[in-house]
Design a binder for this molecule. Structure first.
Ligand SMILES: C[S@@+](CC[C@H](N)C(=O)[O-])C[C@H]1O[C@@H](n2cnc3c(N)ncnc32)[C@H](O)[C@@H]1O
Length: 380
């Protein structure tokens, strides 16, 4: 089902990561609508989270992300929720609690790990659920999610492998069949701007997803912006894990041609890396024909550098893999671009990019990224 109240939240731009402010009031109203349910749930989940951690398990979902997940399932009233991945079942609690309040629905949870410290994963997850939740509404599937038949989801939670190729798989297979998508570890709030989570380690899931959304003309809502919108109005809730908010929420959709190009390139690069590890390394690695996409060329050039093609083949890409002066890089592209310059060892080009340009839709983030990369380069 669609929810106008959820749809009113999506005001954050995927290129600049700036919210327009249009989602603030709708989010406060939604939070208020579920205030009583959240108050009771937060108290019970605080105790449950402590028990999960005391049992030696992990539970990594911040308070406001859990609330956003709960609100989304309450509002969308899905027959089917898909969860990739539950780990030890902490996020599963929020989903089952919302399904229980909805009065129906099932959740299919896909987890790679077969057992934890000798205990079968499904047993761990079920043992970590609040006692009054409808356990029969939970289907646990153990194994690589990419090898499973996954049903279309009214609500899809993605908190799994944080690599760009895993996200590309989700954009090709799951997101076109989903109502709402809540994806973890994507956007964090910094002092005067928002930035892709974990960009310091290079382009992974966050930079990819933000760019994939931008190319498909999609806006989103981040839990980080939600935290600012609330201005402490949730102080009555019992803290469970008051960590930095990282999740975003958006509508499932058919990706645009530009997004599909990006998915294909990231998946091809992943495949080439995997084959190289198995000893298959062709003497030349051609970029797929007809490729005039700046970001796709960055990804290809990074691949060449990673696989050790350091000669003329890589150098010939340099001129083509430079943003034109009129090109304003999105937040995601910026991460890919600096990663490419560093990995390809184009130091003069990197110095030029650090000191001047390129233009970026998210100036606050561009300043932070350049300052950090400059410090890294100087060993400070
Ligand atoms: C960050 S944890 C999930 C945390 C969980 N949502 C919670 O509330 O604590 C990510 C999980 O994704 C699982 N995972 C990674 N790659 C996967 C794959 N290809 N298929 C299924 N699960 C995967 C990992 O085993 C890990 O348990």
């Amino acid at each position: 089902m669609t929810s106008p109240a959820l749809d009113a939240l999506f005001d954050q731009d995927a290129g600049s990561l700036a919210p327009t402010g249009g989602g603030a009031e709708p989010f406060r109203r939604l939070h208020e609508r579920y205030a009583d349910e959240l108050a009771s749930l937060s108290a019970r989940l605080a105790a449950k989270r402590r028990a999960i951690l005391d049992g030696g398990w992990s539970a990594d979902f911040s308070d406001r992300e859990g609330e956003l997940l709960y609100i989304t399932v309450r509002e969308a009233r899905p027959d089917v929720v898909v969860e990739i991945s539950p780990c030890h079942g902490y996020s599963t609690n929020y989903i089952l609690a919302a399904l229980s309040s909805n009065g129906g629905g099932v959740v299919h949870s896909y987890e790679l790990t077969a057992e934890v410290d000798g205990v079968p994963t499904e047993e761990v997850i079920r043992g970590n659920l609040l006692a009054d939740l409808p356990g029969d509404a939970l289907r646990v599937v153990v194994g690589d999610a990419r090898a499973q038949e996954i049903p279309p989801a009214g609500v899809l939670l993605i908190d799994s492998a944080h690599e760009d190729h895993f996200a590309a798989w989700a954009f090709e297979t799951l997101i076109p069949r989903a109502g709402y998508v809540l994806q973890h570890d994507l956007v964090v709030s910094s002092r005067d701007h928002y930035e892709p989570k974990g960009w310091r380690v290079g382009p992974r899931e966050s930079s990819f997803v933000l760019e994939a959304l931008r190319r498909s003309g999609r806006t989103f809502f981040s839990a980080a912006a939600g935290a600012r919108h609330l201005h402490g109005r949730d102080a009555h809730l019992v803290p469970r894990f008051p960590a930095t908010e990282r999740a975003i929420l958006y509508r499932g959709h058919q990706p645009s041609a530009g997004t599909r190009t990006l998915c294909a390139r990231v998946l091809a690069a992943h495949d080439a890396r995997r084959r190289a590890l198995e000893g298959v390394r062709p003497s030349r690695l051609e970029a797929p024909a007809g490729d005039d996409d700046f970001l796709a060329r960055c990804i290809h050039a990074t691949l060449l550098a990673d696989l050790g093609y350091t000669g003329a083949e890589l150098r010939s890409l340099l001129d083509e893999t430079r943003p034109s002066p009129s090109h304003e890089l999105s937040s995601g592209e910026l991460v890919y671009y600096f990663h490419y310059l560093h990995h390809a060892g184009f130091w003069r080009e990197l110095a030029r990019a650090l000191l001047a340009g390129p233009r970026c839709a998210n100036p606050g983030f561009a300043r932070t990224l350049k300052r950090t990369r400059l410090r890294d380069a100087l060993g400070l």
